[in-house]
Design a binder for this molecule. Structure first.
Ligand code: PRP
Ligand code: URA
Length: 210
């Protein structure tokens, strides 16, 4: 059974406030998304399996730990999820990266798929689906469904910087096995399915398209 983890560390809360500020420009926004992603990744990978190995230090032999098995895959939901990938790869260079292209139909707010490319061994990896925003939950739920049904993924974690209660509810219902990591759950969605108070359109703010 997955759980909702709201990461209320002061560093994360401080950085989230900078993202929320409408006066934060593209360069700083992108940098802070990276910093938050690294801090979230540190917490979300806490339960990755390890195994014992021997290493010779300058002083003696030591029994120590390394990550076990096939390890991680990071799957950003395009576009905005791309802003989270580089910082995570810096921490886990052995991670492979798959991409899912989804956009929300502006009228229905339903996700529309336009791209998908996964590493061939993704079913054996712990998959981290990443996207700054969990609003209605439609995009994340669709991405996780594709990973489970088309790629056989069994161990999936969802990492979103910011969520609406509605989105959390959808993931809990559609994918109760998935752990969800966020830095905050905001008040609600508005009539355009944007998170309130939120931080606006994450993709536009990362890539400067508005
Ligand atoms: C945003 C965001 C999520 C999605 C969240 O992407 O990055 O993928 O909306 O909304 P949901 O939970 O209601 O599905 P958007 O569709 O704006 O595409 P973009 O990343 O290309 O800007
Ligand atoms: N997508 C965003 O980028 N922001 C929201 O508030 C909702 C969906």
């Amino acid at each position: 059974m997955g759980s909702l983890h709201v990461l209320d560390h002061p560093l994360l809360q401080h950085k989230l406030t900078i993202l929320r500020d409408k006066n934060t420009g593209v360069k700083e926004f992108r940098e802070i998304v990276g910093e938050i992603s690294a801090l979230m990744c540190y917490e979300a990978t806490r339960n990755l399996p390890t195994m014992e190995v021997e290493v010779e230090t300058p002083i003696s032999m030591a029994k120590v730990k390394v990550l076990a098995g096939k390890k991680m895959a990071i799957v950003p939901i395009l576009r905005a999820g791309l802003g989270m990938v580089d910082a995570m790869i810096q921490l886990v260079p052995s991670a492979k990266v798959g991409h899912i292209g989804l956009f929300r139909d502006p009228e229905t707010h339903e996700p529309v798929q336009y791209y998908c490319k996964m590493p061939p061994d993704i079913s054996e990896r712990q998959v981290f689906v990443v996207d700054p925003m969990l609003a209605t939950g439609g995009s994340a739920s669709a991405a996780i469904k594709i990973l489970k049904e088309e790629y056989g993924c069994k161990h999936i974690t969802l990492m979103d910087i910011l969520a609406a209660p509605e989105g959390v509810e959808v993931i809990r219902k559609d994918h109760p096995d998935v752990d969800i990591y966020v830095t905050a759950v905001d008040e609600k969605l508005n009539d355009h399915a944007y998170i309130v108070p939120g931080l606006g359109d994450a993709g536009d703010r990362i890539f400067g398209t508005k």
